[in-house]
Write a protein that binds this ligand. Structure first.
Ligand code: AMP
Length: 189
């Protein structure tokens, strides 16, 4: 099963994906986590994307798409993936269709978690105190990331609807358990 989890930064996607991956039996593939792993290992890719991540700006599509292509080719992703943070714009969504299509697969389920802007800002500032993530510390950067979500990422939902897929809209306000339950109901798992 190939699942895409959408939602603005701070909506709880990462937390929820970590819980859902076992129920689905597929790996959690977070492009943000993959970039942060490159940063901490100081790889060439990490050096290339460091300033973009700190500023809350998107990494260029060619870089992101190649990283995802390589990830989808690994053995643990053969039966499906739970994508978190990818696709981030319609061009990436088209690439994902092509990458999965080449493997005889397609996006099966689209989930979109909704949380309003001020609540995400509150959550991310709180997370930043522990995570120390450069992009979690400054309110302006956090609001820019939310704006980028609205401008570039949310149009992916219309893209999937137009291609005939059901987008499951999930209210992201509640306890972590409640939201996991809502997502599991949408997934039928
Ligand atoms: P996230 O953990 O999903 O909030 O991602 C953290 C940062 O990684 C983003 O602000 C971007 O700089 C970068 N990033 C993650 N996923 C993508 C993507 N699909 N396309 C471009 N940049 C991304």
């Amino acid at each position: 099963m190939n699942v895409v989890l959408f939602g603005p930064p701070g909506c709880g996607k990462g937390t929820q994906a970590a819980r859902l991956k076992d129920a689905l039996g597929v790996p959690h593939v977070s492009t943000g986590d993959m970039f942060r792993d490159h940063l901490s290992r100081k790889t060439e890719l990490g050096k290339q994307v460091e300033a973009l991540l700190a500023a809350g700006k998107l990494v260029p599509d060619d870089v992101t798409n190649s990283m995802v292509e390589e990830r989808l080719g690994r053995p643990d992703a053969a039966e499906g993936v739970l994508l978190d943070g990818y696709p981030r714009n319609v061009a990436q969504a088209e690439t994902l269709d092509r990458l999965l299509g080449a493997r005889g697969r397609a996006v099966d389920v689209v989930l979109a978690i909704h949380v309003e802007e001020d609540e995400t800002v509150r959550r991310i500032l709180k997370r930043g105190q522990d995570s120390g993530r450069a992009d979690d510390l400054d309110e302006g950067t956090i609001r820019d990331r939310f704006a980028t979500y609205l401008e570039q990422t949310e149009p992916c939902l219309a893209f999937y609807r137009e291609s005939g897929k059901t987008v499951h809209e999930i209210d992201g306000i509640g306890t972590i358990d409640e939201i996991t339950q809502r997502l599991r109901e949408a997934l039928g798992r």
